[in-house]
Design a protein around this ligand. Structure first.
Ligand SMILES: [Fe+2]
Ligand SMILES: [Fe+2]
Length: 353
């Protein structure tokens, strides 16, 4: 639709207590091609009419009984909120005070009665042009906002996938399956919320924890895939997966990478200081690391390995609880039992093949 056609289809409301004025304006507008001209001689009806129709222009008298033009404009402000209020005031008063007051109340233009037809038509046209352009801009903004939201969602999804696949790459080198990292990251998220971390922090842990074993990429096959027990030298090489992971995830100033690095470095530290690589104790270990340690071990216990069958859930919970204050943060460990209902759902959704 061209702007001209759009203007001729705009919804116009005439509000004037004198029927003769209303009829005259209606006729002028209709003769000039305006299709949707509405009118009332009772300004109390404006509110109801506004609820039924979205008007693009108000041709408003000032001196009216019950509710005068100023009050109508005041009400329109509430109705239109921060939108453009398209009001053309028609007034017999020529004094500056009335004009100023009308402007203050939000009038966009004036016509003095008795009016000159070409003038009134031009002013109405201009008012509608601004109103329609305003509507177009608003519409475009909505479309843009939608696009931004859509793109942000896609970006978030892609980032999550890249992270999971990166974690998966590491897990493939090991005996663990791809679903281990999904499960342990979801358990970590639930533990973080139970522990009292914010939704945002829990979300970071959810997205960062799949990379906890990324450092296994740097462990040679003869150590990583050795079926038997590792000797002291091999065990040392194996343990270096945490520092390799820390290096891979460093040099990034994003919160996500920082969290991922903490988890990579801390997930084998133990509350009592007997873990590796640094033998950190208690709260020297980051909360993300303390949470992921519980989730990682719990999921490993429930998984089948070449050297062991999956443990029953109760036995795994018992071990987590008995290790509270030793291997695990005593404040985190008890939450594993609390989140069991959700854990069981996750286990069925992401089973080992
Ligand atoms: Fe590990
Ligand atoms: Fe793991």
């Amino acid at each position: 639709m061209s702007i001209n056609t759009e203007i001729l289809h705009a919804n116009i409301l005439i509000v004037d207590d004198e029927i003769a004025n209303v009829k005259l304006l209606e006729r002028i507008l209709q003769i000039n091609g305006y299709q949707n001209v509405h009118s009332t001689t009772d300004s109390r009806e404006v509110e109801g009419l506004c609820n039924a129709t979205e008007f693009d222009a108000f041709l408003l008298d000032i001196r009216m009984p019950k509710i005068n033009g100023f009050e109508v404009m005041e009400n329109l402000k509430t109705h239109f909120k921060d939108d453009y209020i398209p009001v053309l005031v028609l007034t017999a008063q020529t004094d500056q005070e009335t004009h100023l007051k009308a402007l203050e109340y939000g009038a966009k233009d004036f016509v003095t009665k008795p009016f000159n037809t070409p003038e009134v038509l031009n002013r109405i046209y201009n008012l509608l042009e601004v109103r329609l352009m305003h509507k177009q801009v608003k519409q475009q903004n909505l479309v843009l906002e939608d696009k931004v939201k859509q793109r942000t969602k896609e970006l978030y999804h892609t980032r999550q996938q890249v992270i999971q696949k990166l974690g998966l790459a590491a897990e493939y080198r090991d005996n663990e399956t791809g679903n281990h990292i999904i499960r342990m990251s979801k358990y970590s998220y639930l533990l973080a919320l139970s522990y009292g971390l914010s939704e945002q922090q829990a979300d970071l842990i959810l997205n960062a924890s799949p990379m906890h074993d990324i450092g296994k990429i740097g462990i040679p096959d003869n150590v990583l895939l050795k079926p038997g027990k590792l000797d002291a030298g091999e065990w040392e090489i194996m343990q270096s997966h945490v520092t390799i992971g820390g290096k891979i995830l460093s040099d990034e100033d994003s919160q996500l990478m920082n969290t991922a690095q903490q988890i990579a470095l801390h997930h084998h530290e133990k509350w009592d200081g007997s873990g590796y690589p640094k033998g950190l104790q208690g709260e020297e270990i980051s909360i993300a690391g303390r949470i992921c340690a519980v989730a990682d071990v719990f999921d490993a216990l429930l998984s089948k390995r070449p050297y062991k069958e999956p443990w029953p859930i109760e036995k795994a919970i018992d071990l987590i609880e008995s290790e509270a204050g030793k291997h695990f943060d005593p404040k985190v460990a008890p939450f594993m039992k609390q989140i069991l209902p959700q854990v069981q759902i996750i286990m069925t959704e992401y089973p080992d093949e």
